[in-house]
Design a protein around this ligand. Structure first.
Ligand SMILES: [Ca+2]
Length: 488
């Protein structure tokens, strides 16, 4: 019998070893960014969405660290993503406009510019230290050869250079290309990449999920550390979902898309657990900008925050953000650290032990301490009895040993504050609209347009978009870096 139990316990130890303590990456940490597109702060159950459509994202928060005060660097896709991957504000990395006052640097599908060669993107630095990187979904940093992911540090790519607008006639305007690495493998609205505009049905999210899981599995098998940038775009109009998810949400197809993305988040996190590499992998969930409130029923929710995408009000730039790293980031906590998507650049490098580039200004800060030692604005449950114990602890006086005390010491909670004071800048184009410092936000401008420009809009139905009409600037060329530095 004793032998039986010994065998059983050995088996349990081996099982734990396989599930929880595997390290095929020689101590290196993998990084995953799950970046949603136009998903709002208020779309997650954890932030109060009443339909509770995000059980996996909510579970991720329960197992990780929730950031209610986390920002994108711009309220629009391209500049936000350029800032995320470069760790720098759009006004530094070139993704801003100078052609009209206060326009976001939107890069439409006929864009001629893109991410500049002299910007250093996160995967370029990770690659030098043995990482392999993959981007899945929407790239949006330029579509000409020199701007594609494989020329900016990504080893693998599956997705498109732009939004999934269409369908087009393929004669005057072709449908957007879908890439596998450096090669085009099809187009949106065609074949396996079809999007049915009438029903909202598309299998794209499922394809993105599979691409993500395949990459994680392959890297684990190889034992090579990885960076996965999973940028699915189903919540960007035209919103879509696959058949099993269609018609399920009381919020319409947008809610269906949220449910399917939530399923994808669950699939990716459970893959990390199944492979026993969750402890080696830091995952950040966030969104590139606020929900498009102008889309009305086709857009999401920014919860209690004013306005949405394209604006520098809170609804435009405050993002639902969760950090997840089992065994490293304490579960179920909330950080009031003000964060930015640009911080992921700096934080990942810090955790990987890779120096940041010293020849340029970075706008991200490292959140390593916040992640690993989160005691800022504590969710610690306290009791007045703790004062007894805490005061003694601080005074260095031993507690009485002849009785049971019900208070605990809060000394660490009080003194181990990892908060970093930092401003958040809200830009539209090259126009600084607002600044947040601590609990305060000052608006220099709220709307970027003059009344004269506003009155020029012929169709008052589209006024909310046209008033913020960066989307309608065609042939925008993002400003080369030389001009950026001159302007600074
Ligand atoms: Ca977006």
């Amino acid at each position: 019998m004793a032998l039986f139990w010994r065998v059983v316990s050995l088996q349990i130890i081996f099982a734990i070893g396989a599930l929880g303590f595997r390290d095929p990456f020689n101590g290196k940490t993998n990084f995953v960014i799950l970046l949603m597109d136009d998903m709002g702060w208020g779309d997650l159950g954890i932030f109060g969405e009443p339909n509770k459509e995000t059980p996996n994202m909510d579970q991720m928060a329960a197992e990780g660290l929730l950031f209610p005060d986390f920002y994108s660097a711009n309220p629009l896709c391209s500049p936000s993503r350029a800032a995320l991957l470069s760790g720098r504000l759009p006004i530094r990395n070139g993704f801003y406009t100078t052609n009209e006052r206060g326009r976001n640097g939107y890069t439409p599908q006929n864009i001629v510019g893109g991410i500049q060669d002299n910007e250093i993107l996160l995967p370029e630095l990770l690659k030098e230290h043995g990482y392999r990187s993959k981007v899945i979904g929407k790239w949006h940093l330029g579509q000409q050869e020199q701007y594609l992911p494989h020329n900016h540090g990504f080893d693998e790519y599956f997705g498109s250079t732009n939004c999934h607008f269409g369908p087009y006639d393929n004669k005057h305007t072709p449908n957007m290309p879908v890439y596998k690495d450096a090669n085009m493998v099809g187009r949106y609205y065609e074949g396996p990449y079809n999007i049915n505009k009438r029903t909202g049905e598309s299998n794209l999210t499922q394809i993105f999920i599979k691409e993500g899981i395949d990459f994680i599995e392959a890297q684990t098998k190889k034992g090579q550390p990885f960076f996965l940038y999973w940028a699915a775009d189903a919540t960007h109009g035209p919103v879509y979902a696959s058949k099993p998810f269609l018609g399920k949400s009381p919020r319409g197809t947008y809610g269906d898309a949220v449910r399917e993305l939530d399923f994808g988040v669950g699939q990716i996190l459970s893959t990390l657990k199944r492979l026993g590499i969750a402890n080696n992998t830091l995952v950040f969930f966030s969104s590139d900008n606020g929900a498009a409130t102008y889309a009305k029923t086709g857009g999401g929710s920014n919860g209690p925050f004013l306005c949405g995408k394209e604006t520098t009000f809170e609804g435009g730039m405050r993002e639902p953000t969760i950090a997840w790293w089992p065994g490293k980031v304490s579960p179920g906590k909330v950080s009031k650290q003000v964060g930015s998507l640009m911080d992921l650049f700096t934080t990942f490098l810090d955790i990987a032990g890779i120096p940041t580039p010293s020849d340029r200004i970075l706008d991200g800060i490292s959140l390593k301490k916040t992640l690993l030692n989160n005691t800022h604005v504590s969710k610690q449950v306290g009791n007045l009895m703790d004062l007894f114990t805490t005061f003694l602890d601080i005074a260095g006086i031993p507690t009485p040993s002849d009785r049971i005390l019900d208070g605990i010491s809060l000394k660490k909670t009080l003194l181990n504050n990892t908060h970093v004071d930092r401003p958040i800048f809200y830009y539209r184009g090259d126009l600084l609209m607002a600044v947040r410092v601590g609990m305060y936000k000052a608006h220099a401008w709220t709307w970027a347009n003059s009344k004269e420009e506003f009155d020029k809009v012929p169709d008052k139905q589209t006024i909310s978009i046209s008033f913020l009409m960066s989307c309608q600037i065609n042939n925008l060329q993002t400003t080369p870096l030389e001009l950026v530095s001159e302007n600074l």
